[in-house]
Design a protein around this ligand. Structure first.
Ligand code: F6P
Length: 460
């Protein structure tokens, strides 16, 4: 019998806190944000909750060794080689690619013996989570497992602790059956059966939930007794509005205004530099706009905040370099003494992101595929003067915001250039009206409600 154990457990690869050496022999703790952090805060500090996550860097591992931790957080110091094979090798290079449909299929994927070795590591990493959860969960506790990193955990945990209520939430899109079928048959089946070990599976949109069910139909013959729910995470309006009016955001606005120059319009994008975010085609569309509609030269600036991500993977490093290269090429070709057409910032800075949101005349959100995309939901909430949203039909957010956005096919560069023109020329009144409606739609399911709904449904 487990004593002094948690009633509500969350499991995710990346946890709510990370550690780095402070240069004086100690460790600095940095708390992260995001939907889960804010969602979990809804259950209050008295509730016995535990967040199980992986130690990601050397700082985190050192914290585990020294027994340094935050209340309610348990970091797992999984063998770095296993973690790297599972996280970089399988989760980010295979499962992420499958669900976002990122492969250049004439040459990839290649499922060879190396893949099989990494798949073994993915199993071991999932098992480490399942064992930690099994050890720390109270009798009948609710366990909310997050994302494609931990797809096998529900099935493993079910075997170890049949008394638990197990939920799993997918934050990515889900691949349609033909694309999911790229995976070796036994791996596809193991993955789906792993998830179906949960009592309940959650997805961000009906589209992703239906794709999952269609994959099960084909591979396992259906979803069995596992319930499937849709919870479309929204923006946290109160937090964003308060945070966006602090002095550091005002300072960043002043700096951006200076870089943009007097009287110019702004097209803003804010992303991790992530293959699925389609930053390169966004830049090409902007270039086409300047080429085909020269009246915009000197009159608009594209602010691209592109924060490096997953730099352990060569393909991400190359993509990051490509973004800088194309931005520099556009500036070289069209820039003048007093006008820089593209302003790129790569240092992750939340105050600057909020400053850009407030200033934006147009927000460009054109992912190839995206589970939701919170930028699309956050911009209208904090926009000062109203902002036209150019939005990919392949973003989960399109489900909620499509009616008030200018919709683009993310592969259609010419179409995106035209959409940017339409957004830039949208009359002020219409822009303000649409922004109001976008903001209402974007905040209809705030993170706390999103989390509590899942918990209630899981316990029902
Ligand atoms: O969408 C999946 C997800 O895990 C998000 O929850 C998160 O924003 C993103 O990917 C970041 O990934 P990573 O932890 O690899 O930086």
């Amino acid at each position: 019998m487990v004593t002094d154990a948690a009633q509500i457990l969350v499991a995710s690869n990346r946890g709510p806190v990370s550690y780095s050496p402070d240069g004086k022999g100690g460790l600095d703790a940095r708390r992260g944000g995001g939907g889960l952090v804010s969602g979990l805060s809804a259950i209050g500090s008295d509730a016995q909750s535990l967040w199980v996550c992986a130690a990601l860097g050397e700082g985190d591992r050192e914290a585990v060794r020294r027994g340094v931790s935050e209340p309610g957080v348990r970091m797992l110091d999984i063998d770095p080689a296993i973690h790297s094979d599972a996280y970089n090798g399988i989760a980010n290079s295979v499962l992420w690619f499958v669900h976002h449909m990122l492969y250049q299929t004439p040459l990839e994927p290649v499922f060879d013996r190396e893949f099989r070795r990494q798949w073994g590591a993915y199993r071991a990493y999932n098992r480490a989570f399942a064992e930690a959860l099994a050890a720390d969960a109270a009798q009948g506790a609710a366990v909310l497992v997050q994302d494609y990193h931990l797809a096998l955990v529900p099935g493993m945990l079910r075997q170890m602790r049949p008394d638990l209520r197990i939920g799993h939430f997918t934050h990515t899109p889900w691949a349609p059956p033909d694309y999911f079928g790229l995976l070796p048959d036994d791996v596809a089946e193991e993955l789906l059966r792993g998830m179906l070990g949960a009592d309940r599976l959650g997805f961000l949109t009906r589209r992703w939930a239906d794709a999952f069910a269609a994959c099960c139909e084909r591979v396992t013959g259906g979803t069995g007794t596992t319930a499937i729910g849709v919870h479309g995470l929204g923006a946290d309006a109160d937090f964003l509005r308060e945070r966006a009016h602090r002095p550091d955001v005002a300072e960043q606005m002043a700096q951006l205004r200076e870089q943009v120059g007097e009287g110019r319009r702004t097209i803003v994008r804010v992303d991790r530099t992530e293959l699925s975010k389609n930053i390169v085609r966004g830049l090409l569309a902007y270039q086409e706009l300047l080429e085909t509609r020269p009246e915009w030269r000197e009159r608009v600036v594209h602010i691209a905040l592109a924060y490096p991500s997953r730099q352990d993977l060569a393909v991400y490093r190359e993509y990051t370099a490509e973004v800088s290269r194309i931005a520099a090429e556009i500036n070289e070709r069209y820039g003048t003494a007093g006008w820089t057409p593209v302003v790129v910032h790569v240092k992750d800075d939340f105050a600057r992101s909020l400053a850009a949101y407030r200033l934006a005349d147009v927000a460009l959100v054109n992912p190839i595929r995206d589970g939701m995309n919170l930028v699309a939901k956050e911009v209208p909430v904090v926009s000062d003067a109203g902002c036209a949203l150019v939005l990919s039909r392949e973003a989960g957010a399109h489900w909620d915001l499509g009616e008030e956005a200018i919709t683009v096919n993310p592969y259609d560069v010419t179409g995106t250039a035209e959409a940017l023109h339409a957004a830039l020329t949208m009359p002020d009144g219409e822009r303000a009206e649409r922004t109001k409606r976008l903001s209402a739609a974007a905040t209809s399911l705030p993170p706390r409600r999103w989390f509590l709904d899942q918990l209630e449904a899981l316990r029902a």
